[in-house]
Design a protein around this ligand. Structure first.
Ligand code: BES
Ligand code: ZN
Length: 616
């Protein structure tokens, strides 16, 4: 029996989708996408005649199978899974036979996968903008489909948009033409010839431009940002080559980067052929480009070898962080990799503290029965996953040896979807001469036990020492020592080290207010426009109950919507008793303009009822 995906109604054991053919019309005034999807579905059993698709908040107009009208019903609405769309085929299929099921439908203006931005929410202020974010389980609110990462298919798409706008998708661009049905519109065509899961389908429509940044890469954004983005991401080709040296050939053809408007909820998203990136990466000095190394790495771990269900999400993210840091090792140094790994361990500690050390969601492999993947999201799959791989690297003989395994695992499972068991079996096969060592690993503690991992790696501290020393000086300083700090303390630190210095302080009890005020005097961190520095600094100030920092924290939480920053900033102000109502008021004021997933999670963080305007 194939494993079931607890987040999908459709059964990948009974049938699989091989191809999608999309014809979409993007309607900005109504905030809907309307059109059709034709799914080429292959039966995996005899007498197959009912197909279950995932859907959420869709209006289904009609369904046909090989051109014949088909009966359909939508089942009851589940809180986060949406509704099963049950299609009865007018004929039976035998195992191995295919059918083309066409669904004519329309999305809801509230579709979780989509954010519709008004012109005022864009950099150019003149045109509206639409973007999608399907991972983990939101594709079903944009397209009725088998919305599970255990199913992979190719796709072709034709998208009609107003002629002043440009459409891009997670695929190869395949030409454009004036819409024959409406000459005020253009149809953009796309093809994705590499099989991929539904969560990697992505679309953006807006007033975008692009610039070439490498032989297979362009950056896309509104024109106001395109030069800045081209500079920030100028190392892309070097990163791609470094990744290919480590992991094997890049199979997706193009590698473009799209810089989204500030409400994009993630740092980056590995949409094939077109990584999505938050504008908060534009620090001006390439210092946040590890996010691009991370998304590039997903081209192998995640997009080529995919987690079979979201319970095995660590296979995607743990291996990707491992590869991301191997790219850092090649392009910068082993010391740098060790430094980043140590920072990751602290991020893991933060997540374990936020969720609670007994929370089963801190398992490397959690059960997600009746758990919304968005609620389960944390650093755990990333950093517990990385820590396990690093531990195995040490046991098996170092980075070169272990990278040999990772490369071989990628080759073995390319174009497929895997479970943790399959990964582990392959690990034991690959290292068949070292099985005795592997048998000593406490697998149950690593994978199925909450809290921190059973083994703490000893990372090299060469680059961290200066951060540790400076943070200790601040922690131990009495008021009369504050004059010993000066601007020059930070002069020798890289921005990575400043981030680490602030992370270390966030791990301790709040500094006295006098200290953070002095820190502002000497370091002027209020002036920092590096988002990783600014968010940590403002959290530190709010924690020390510096009232002047509250409006700055709220400004950052609402001017951009990357959840990594927005959620902790809101939480920090919410936990400052005197400003709890201010956090709630700011949330209510901005809610309508926020991304639907971000708005939902901030509402939960602030204990605001998901739909009402009152605090619980
Ligand atoms: N695939 C993730 C983003 C994601 C995960 C979106 C789960 C929706 C559900 C992406 O690759 C990612 O991990 N981004 C990180 C980058 C960081 C780890 C370098 C981010 O957004 O900060
Ligand atoms: Zn990732």
């Amino acid at each position: 029996m194939a494993p079931v995906d607890p987040c999908s109604f459709s059964s990948a054991a009974r049938c699989v989708t091989r191809h999608l053919n999309l014809k979409l019309r993007v309607d900005f005034p109504r905030q809907v996408i309307s059109g059709s999807v034709a799914l080429t579905v292959e039966a995996l059993e005899d007498r197959f005649n009912t197909l279950t698709l995932d859907s959420r908040d869709l209006t289904i107009v009609s369904v046909s199978a090989n051109g014949q009208t088909a009966k359909f019903t939508t089942g009851p609405k589940h809180t986060f899974k949406g509704s099963p769309l049950e299609v009865t085929l007018p004929f039976d299929l035998n195992r191995g036979q295919q059918v083309v099921v066409q669904v004519v439908y329309e999305t809801s203006p509230a579709a979780y996968a989509l954010q519709w931005l008004s012109p005022a929410q864009t950099a150019g202020k003149k045109q509206p903008y639409l973007f999608s974010q399907c991972q983990a389980h939101h594709c079903r609110s944009m397209i009725p489909c088998q919305d599970t990462p255990s199913v992979k298919h190719t796709y072709y798409a034709q998208v009609s948009v107003p002629k002043d706008l440009v459409a891009v998708m997670s695929a190869m661009r395949d030409g454009q033409e004036v819409d024959p049905e409406d000459n005020s519109r253009i149809i953009y065509r796309f093809r994705q010839p590499v099989p991929m899961p539904s969560y990697l389908i992505a679309i953006v429509v807006g007033a975008m431009e692009s610039r070439e940044i490498g032989p297979r890469s362009r950056v896309w954004s509104e024109k106001e940002l395109v030069d800045k983005a081209a500079l920030e991401f100028s190392e892309t080709e070097l990163m791609l080559r470094t990744a290919e040296d480590l992991a094997g050939p890049y199979v997706w053809g193009q590698y473009d980067i799209l810089v989204l408007p500030p409400s994009f909820p993630y740092g980056g998203m590995e949409n094939p052929c077109l990584t999505f990136a938050t504008p908060t990466l534009l620090a001006g000095d390439k210092s946040l480009s590890n996010v691009i190394a991370h998304e590039i790495s997903h081209s192998w771990t995640g997009n080529l070898v995919t987690n079979k269900t979201w319970e095995h999400f660590w296979l995607n993210e743990g291996h990707t962080v491992y590869l991301e840091r191997m790219i850092g090792r090649s392009m910068i140094s082993e010391h740098f990799r060790q430094f980043k790994a140590m920072g990751g361990w602290k991020d893991l500690q933060d997540s374990v503290n936020t969720f609670g050390a007994n929370n089963p969601l801190t398992n490397l492999v959690p059960s997600l029965q009746e758990v919304d993947p968005d609620d389960a999201f944390s650093s755990v799959p990333y950093e517990k996953g990385f820590a396990l791989l690093y531990h195995l690297e040490e046991l098996m003989g170092g980075p070169e040896v272990f990278m040999g395994f990772v490369k071989s695992y990628i080759q073995m499972f390319a174009y497929g979807s895997v479970t943790t068991d399959e990964w582990k079996n392959y690990l034991f096969t690959y290292f068949k001469d070292k099985v005795d060592i592997l048998n000593k690993v406490d697998w149950n503690a690593w994978m199925f036990t909450p809290g921190m991992p059973p083994v703490k790696p000893q990372y090299d501290t060469t680059l961290a020492d200066a951060c540790i020393a400076l943070s200790q000086r601040w922690i131990q300083a009495k008021d009369q020592d504050l004059s010993s700090f000066s601007e020059s303390d930070l002069k020798t630190l890289s921005s990575h080290q400043v981030i680490e210095f602030l992370s270390l302080l966030l791990h301790e009890d709040p500094l006295p207010l006098t200290h953070v005020k002095r820190m502002q005097e000497v370091y002027d961190l209020n002036a920092s426009m590096n988002s990783e520095i600014r968010s940590r600094w403002l959290r530190l100030c709010v924690r020390s109950r510096w009232e002047d920092a509250v409006p700055l924290a709220m400004k950052m939480a609402t001017e951009q919507g990357r959840m990594k920053f927005t959620r902790p900033l809101f939480r920090e102000v919410f936990n400052f008793d005197k400003y709890r109502d201010e956090a709630l008021r700011m949330f209510q004021a901005h809610r309508a303009a926020m991304h639907p997933v971000t708005a939902g999670l901030v509402a939960k963080d602030l204990k605001v009822d998901a739909s009402s305007t009152t605090s619980l």
